[in-house]
Design a protein around this ligand. Structure first.
Ligand SMILES: NCc1[nH]cc(CCC(=O)O)c1CC(=O)O
Length: 337
């Protein structure tokens, strides 16, 4: 009986002839594009850390390139002006995607909940890091839950979804615009501009601010935004190096969940102007999807859920959207232009 000699551990993985992996080096780094907010930077560092670990590269083989977007421009974004008036399509992504198409950056790191369902020609957004906590947190110094807030209390949020969900439960409350990054909003809260606000647990965790998120809200009480808690990494469709590198850090379960949630969003033709919530969860080989649509003033809300095989996720997303649209009836989206 002949035994095969085990391969020496130092032997490089088999590569077909002519296909070099062409990894980045400090002299020729992989350029990671990101916005400059503390949360965006934390997400870019996490991406860099995972890529460096997967390919045993030093951090200097990567360059973080901060890109200012229209959405970050303080003069453009006056605190009291609704984002939809400024034209929110690509507000936080346009300049980053242009930089990628120009080759100034190789990949871009995004919060998936801020990303439209379709990307510009030539770009792909199909890599996701393992999803964080998907819940919203109730941020309030004096009260534990929405229901404990006094009559007429002021709540700050710039999220149409959170505003609608809140007013659906507590029509007496007053909602004020709370623009800016997480730190800015927390500052406004401590200055007394509002009694309470909401922030995603995921963002707080990624910035090591879990003490702030001490009042997480169950999805039964506030269904999160589509893709909340997921980081996505975008690349040029023709960049073979980026494709191979990102494949090594992609989280398949997160991709399956987002496929169902984003199909739901797409079927509703959702944008930042539409209060839409959805959450997919996996259990073995099945997927459970919950969805909700609301009127912006919280006067009406419709929720439904669906279960099936993971592979049917996108179909379930579309089916759930169709079901909610038929329940809501024609005219539900009438306020939309
Ligand atoms: N729109 C801003 C935004 N985009 C993603 C997150 C949090 C992180 C995430 O949900 O992945 C936040 C801030 C917040 O909602 O508290």
């Amino acid at each position: 009986m002949s035994k095969r000699k085990p391969l020496p551990v130092t032997m490089p993985p088999h590569k077909p002839a002519g296909m070099t992996l062409d990894l980045p080096t400090p002299a020729s780094p992989l350029k990671i594009g990101t916005r400059g907010s503390p949360l965006a930077l934390a997400q870019a560092y996490e991406t860099r850390g995972r890529l460096a670990a997967a390919f045993e590269l030093p951090e200097t083989a990567f360059e973080i390139v901060v890109i200012k977007t229209t959405g970050d421009d303080r003069a453009m974004i006056q605190a009291d002006r609704p984002l939809k008036e400024i034209g929110n399509k690509g507000l936080f992504t346009k300049e980053i995607e242009e930089a990628m198409l120009d080759g100034r950056i190789d990949i871009a790191v995004h919060s998936m909940k801020d990303m439209p369902v379709a990307q510009p020609e030539g770009l792909l957004l199909d890599t996701y890091l393992p999803r964080e906590d998907t819940r919203d947190a109730f941020i309030c110094h004096d009260y534990k839950t929405i229901h404990d807030l006094p009559q007429g209390a002021v709540v700050g949020t710039s999220s149409l979804r959170r505003r609608a969900q809140l007013l659906f439960r507590r029509p007496d409350l007053q909602v004020v615009e709370f623009r800016g990054n997480v730190q800015t909003r927390l500052k406004k809260l401590s200055e007394g501009v509002a009694t309470a606000t909401f922030l995603a647990c995921a963002g707080l965790r990624r910035m090591d601010m879990m003490d702030v998120a001490n009042q997480p809200i169950a999805p039964e009480d506030m269904l999160p935004a589509v893709a909340q808690g997921a980081i996505g990494i975008e690349r040029r469709a023709d960049d073979a190096r980026a494709e191979r590198m990102l494949a090594a850090i992609h989280d398949v379960p997160t991709g399956q969940r987002l496929a169902a949630e984003r199909a739901f969003l797409e079927a509703l033709d959702g944008s930042c102007e539409t209060p839409i919530a959805a959450l997919a969860e996996l259990d073995g080989d099945s997927l459970h999807l919950r969805g909700e649509i609301l009127k912006p003033d919280g006067s009406e809300a419709h929720a439904a859920e669906i279960s099936g095989l993971i592979v049917e996720g996108p179909d379930m997303g579309r089916a759930l959207a169709a079901q909610l649209l038929s329940v809501a009836g024609e005219g539900f989206f009438e306020w939309r232009d």
